[in-house]
Design a protein around this ligand. Structure first.
Ligand code: FES
Length: 267
């Protein structure tokens, strides 16, 4: 696994407190899969724990890795101050990623991506890859924001994009489930939908409940739960149904962050 210094190629504030950082990281960009994450360290030896950040895009040809993060504490505050050219230590890639091959099932006619808040950026990499691999399958993307959207255009080449926001400043006023109820059309019972999602736990909990009425296979990324990203903080247990039917608590950073939707037990 790669663990070395990479250079900031560019950095911009996309919306108040939300930053897009592009890194020159050819080895990582080549290896990365949608749904995986990297651990980024601040340049301060007193802060030992890295910040796990999901991969928003990976350009293997140019060797660029795009990360989108929100300033939520001292670590991300420090990231936001770094200028292009700064070197940062990065460990990755980490995590299992979304199973893209599930979209190959012939009965899957519709692919649905649902992102909420900072769970939206990893959906961009996923949308591009799915579009490249399965151009014949329709992709619909539902992105939930608090208010004004801070990412949208980037998704347009890959399918239909619908926004939802709490205050109606972006697309539907309501949540992503309201938007899906309005926009999804299931024409026959032999059609199966495949849904990948990443976002706040209450959103995914609601999706899990909602989807029982449909012929739908779901995959949830629980990355919101993560602290250190590499098994050191014990801060990321999720309750999961095991293949033998037993229930166990497992670390999201080690076992996930992506799990079959029906195996996740939300409390
Ligand atoms: Fe720290 Fe998993 S995120 S142990």
């Amino acid at each position: 696994m790669f663990c070395d210094y990479v250079t900031i190629h560019s950095q911009e504030e996309m919306a108040p407190g939300i930053f897009r950082m592009v890194l020159d990281a050819p080895e990582v960009a080549r290896e990365a899969k949608p749904g995986q994450f990297v651990n980024l360290y601040v340049n301060d030896p007193t802060k030992l724990l890295p910040r796990p950040i999901s991969i928003c895009e990976a350009d293997a040809e140019k060797g660029l890795l795009t990360l989108i993060y929100a300033v939520v504490g001292k670590g991300t505050e420090a990231f936001a101050q770094y200028a292009p050219g700064t070197k940062l230590r990065l460990m990755g890639v980490l995590g299992n990623g979304f199973p893209l091959e599930r979209a190959a099932q012939p009965e899957v006619k519709e692919i649905i991506l649902v992102g909420g808040g900072l769970g939206i950026p990893p959906m961009l990499f996923l949308a591009r890859k799915l579009h490249e691999m399965y151009p014949e399958k329709g992709i619909r993307m539902f992105n939930g924001f608090r208010s004004t959207p801070w990412i949208e255009e980037e998704f347009h080449p890959y399918g239909e994009v619908f926004n939802a926001s709490d205050d109606g400043k972006s697309g539907f006023q309501g949540n992503v489930i309201d938007a899906m109820e309005y926009k999804l059309i299931f024409t026959d019972k032999d059609t199966k939908a495949l849904l990948y999602t990443c976002g706040p736990i209450p959103m995914m909990k609601a999706i899990q409940k909602w989807q029982t009425g449909y012929n739908m296979e779901t995959w949830f990324s629980l990355e919101e739960r993560m602290g250190c990203g590499f098994g050191a903080c014990a801060g990321c247990p999720a309750k999961l149904r095991m293949p033998d039917g037993s229930i166990k608590k497992e670390g999201v950073c080690k076992m996930g962050p992506v799990f079959p939707g029906e195996d996740v037990i939300f409390e």
